[in-house]
Design a protein around this ligand. Structure first.
Ligand code: GLN
Length: 268
């Protein structure tokens, strides 16, 4: 199909500017937008056309089409087994790296690592520290291992829920970081953009707090540690309350000035 034909078809069906269509096409085909502008005869494959439709009609994420996402300057492989790392989570990593440097932290764990974006980015910036990461999904761990290998970092990955894979050596751990599932169940069900990502990576239960409630049960083991979590601006106060049994809680904003991160430090 010629690009001109594609543009008129898509514009007939969706209210969307040609520029936006070309932008999406350039991502799907991994080409510069000028490639599509220079020649009105450019042929677009049926596969690309179908992907474009799936994206526009159903909100299918482009990252699952291209199988990649850029996170803090590194390219991560993603597929439907893992959450697509978001720009806010880059802020979480920046906060973590500063904290690790300031407090001279040597051992970090990332719970629910998904694609491995958090753990791998930390290890890439601070190669001397020990970084371990876990996920309940074996398929996600495979993706994370692949990313670590591609990006040339040594992170130890474990399969298991919440703190379980680390309980045996928990005394050694100094910082626990996580972007856990924190979206309220009812919100996921209404949001077409979330329906292709693994439910377990998003669903925080009816109030978005199930992970935080679970980890707070281990508060007796965590009192001397730092914890840094991502959550939602809508539920951050509730999360802060739940985690206050562990230590001193601070709420920190993301780059968009949304109250998104929870930082817990020892009381003493
Ligand atoms: N930031 C994601 C979203 O709101 C949620 C990620 C998560 O639950 N950890 O789409």
């Amino acid at each position: 199909m010629k690009i001109t034909e594609l543009l008129s078809k898509i514009q007939g069906e969706f209210k969307i500017s040609p520029f936006r269509i070309l932008k999406i096409l350039s991502k799907i085909e991994d080409k510069d937008i000028s490639f599509f502008l220079k020649d009105s005869e450019v042929e677009i494959s049926h596969q690309t056309f179908d992907f474009l439709l799936k994206h526009l009609k159903e909100g299918y994420p482009i990252e699952y089409i291209t199988k990649k996402v850029l996170f803090l300057g590194n390219e991560f492989f993603v597929d439907e087994n893992v959450l697509i790392p978001r720009i806010e989570t880059e802020d979480l990593v920046i906060l973590a790296v500063n904290l690790i440097k300031n407090k001279n932290i040597k051992h970090v764990i990332d719970i629910g690592t998904g694609s491995g974006a958090i753990a791998i980015s930390i290890k890439k910036q601070l190669p001397k520290i020990k970084v371990q990461a876990s996920d309940i999904s074996e398929a996600a761990i495979k993706v994370a291992q692949y990313n670590a290998q591609r990006l040339g970092v040594n992170v130890e990955f474990k399969i298991g829920d919440c703190l379980d894979p680390f309980l045996k050596d928990i005394e050694e751990v100094e910082l626990i970081i996580s972007n856990p599932p924190y979206v309220e169940t009812s919100f996921i069900e209404q949001n077409r953009f979330l329906k292709y990502e693994p439910r377990i990576s998003l669903d925080g239960g009816y109030d978005g707090q199930s992970f935080f409630k679970k980890i707070s049960k281990y508060s007796h083991l965590l009192k001397s540690k730092y914890l840094l979590f991502e959550t939602s601006e809508f539920t951050v106060k509730k999360t802060a309350e739940i985690l206050s049994t562990i230590g001193k809680v601070q709420i920190l904003p993301d780059s968009f000035k949304k109250e998104r991160f929870i930082f817990i430090s020892p009381y003493y």
